[in-house]
Write a protein that binds this ligand. Structure first.
Ligand SMILES: [Zn+2]
Length: 448
């Protein structure tokens, strides 16, 4: 089985306005001349606005499975998101032709997806922040999404004020309430690759909070298609911009991480079920269920907040229309900085972010693409994983964080048995690396 979609991408540039020469091509429409999302260009600007219906028990919804069918004013995924994305492709806003590089499903047990990314000869932009600190303050002098052109923004996305789905093809940008927006990634790795930027004008750094994470879950639920997933990379886990954003794209293949068997660890009081991944090269947790979308969202947010506060880099995959969430703490950048990643893995220059960890491998060398196999994918991802010992420590922190993050004690563990089973198969490949604190000097000179 192989797909014909061919994509050539430049991995680190996510907006045309990230490039200095962008000034030359910017539309001259007053303001600063870039038609950007700063004060200079916002007055009078309009963008489509999609207002989603909040899902909660109070208005009669019974949670994710009981979500009622209703006729939306516009088909969120097919007409709005993908339609507007294709419109931007027609307008030539992407940095390359999406038909220029190959993608295939690697034959074998896991179904890893390999993509050949031919951007490897292009000069890499140095990372603009430290990779050894998961939380760093926003720095307006560096690239951020308020600098993108308004033409890169597809629509504003917010909760409906009257409880019904609403769509306005042209709505003013309310600076006071700082809209959340969906924008194109000008270097897409797949069809429909977009960014969700919560409260863009608030200039939030890359860090999860409860409200933003719930917004991302609402977007997944609104898309309502299991092949449209959202992903999140923390700083230190291959985020390249320190401005709060989620990524999302459409790929009609089940990801290997979604097929991995799981073992239940615990059910929390709000009926959120927590499991661990089994027979997968990266150790991680799976969250699902919950009486409401918000229960699930709060539980995962609290886990993420705990990781951030403990300076543990992580990736999140929002799967199955927001009903299943994978949380993967990782230590690749740290091992890389400490010189503990094997040369054959480093030579691939693959940055294992959320998509790679989920099994969609973006490869930079033809050799790696041609030789792609279950074994090679597994070897690479095993380098990303925490050791068994460290994973157990981190799980204990996460469950503490979830329990303390709840004000009403609703999330106290029903089932105190939280010790996960060992991963015999993973251990055969994974080195027993304990992720200790990183030497800051090493990380200063390290760039992704
Ligand atoms: Zn401007």
């Amino acid at each position: 089985m192989s797909m014909t979609l061919r994509i050539k991408r430049v991995p680190t540039v996510v907006s045309n306005y990230q490039k200095d020469e962008a000034e030359e091509v910017a539309r001259r429409v007053g303001g600063c001349g870039r038609n950007c999302l700063n004060q200079c260009c916002i007055p009078g600007a309009k963008l489509p606005l999609y207002a989603f219906k909040k899902l909660n028990v109070n208005d009669g919804d019974t949670g994710l499975l009981g979500r009622e069918k209703r006729e939306p004013p516009v088909a969120f995924l097919d007409s709005l998101l993908l339609g507007e994305w294709e419109d931007r492709m027609q307008r030539g806003l992407f940095r390359y032709d999406v038909t220029a590089c190959e993608t295939k499903v690697i034959p074998g047990q896991f179904g890893f997806i390999a993509q050949l990314n031919e951007g490897r000869h292009l000069k890499k932009r140095p990372t603009e922040f430290r990779v050894d600190k998961v939380l760093q303050p926003f720095d307006g002098s560096k690239f951020n999404f308020t600098k993108v052109g308004q033409e890169e923004v597809l629509f504003q996305f917010e909760a409906s004020k009257d409880g019904e789905v609403q769509f306005f093809p042209s709505a003013p940008i309310d600076v006071e309430s700082s809209p959340s927006v969906v924008a194109i990634n000008v270097s897409p790795i797949e069809y429909g690759h977009v960014l969700l930027i919560p409260h863009i004008l608030e200039r939030l750094p890359q860090r999860i909070d409860r409200e933003s994470f719930l917004l991302a879950l609402h977007m997944a639920a609104e898309a309502g298609n299991p092949y449209f997933r959202l992903g999140y990379n923390s700083l230190g886990a291959f985020a390249t911009i320190n401005h709060l954003h989620f990524q999302a794209y459409y790929l009609a293949v089940t990801f290997p991480i979604e097929k991995a068997p799981t073992k239940k660890i615990s059910t929390l009081n709000a009926e959120v079920k927590v499991s661990e991944l089994l027979n997968y090269p990266v150790r991680g947790l799976v969250f699902e269920g919950g009486n409401t979308l918000q229960d699930l969202s709060n539980t995962v947010s609290d886990a993420c907040i705990c990781l951030q506060e403990n300076n543990i880099p992580y990736n999140v995959l929002i799967s199955d229309s927001g009903k299943r969430i994978f949380l993967v703490p990782q230590c690749y950048a740290e091992k890389q900085a400490l010189g503990e990643v094997r040369a054959e893995i480093l030579d691939t220059q693959v940055n294992p972010a959320v998509w790679e960890i989920s099994g969609h491998m973006v490869l930079k060398r033809k050799k790696d693409y041609d030789e792609a196999s279950d074994e090679n994918a597994w070897k690479l991802l095993a380098e990303v994983s925490l050791s068994e010992e460290r994973f157990l420590e981190v799980n204990a922190l996460i469950f503490e964080g979830i329990a303390s993050g709840d004000n009403g004690n609703e999330n106290l563990l029903k089932d105190p048995e939280v010790k996960p089973r060992s991963h015999e198969e993973v251990n055969t490949i994974n080195k027993r690396v304990h992720c200790s604190a990183v030497n800051e000097q090493i990380c200063r000179v390290f760039t992704m």
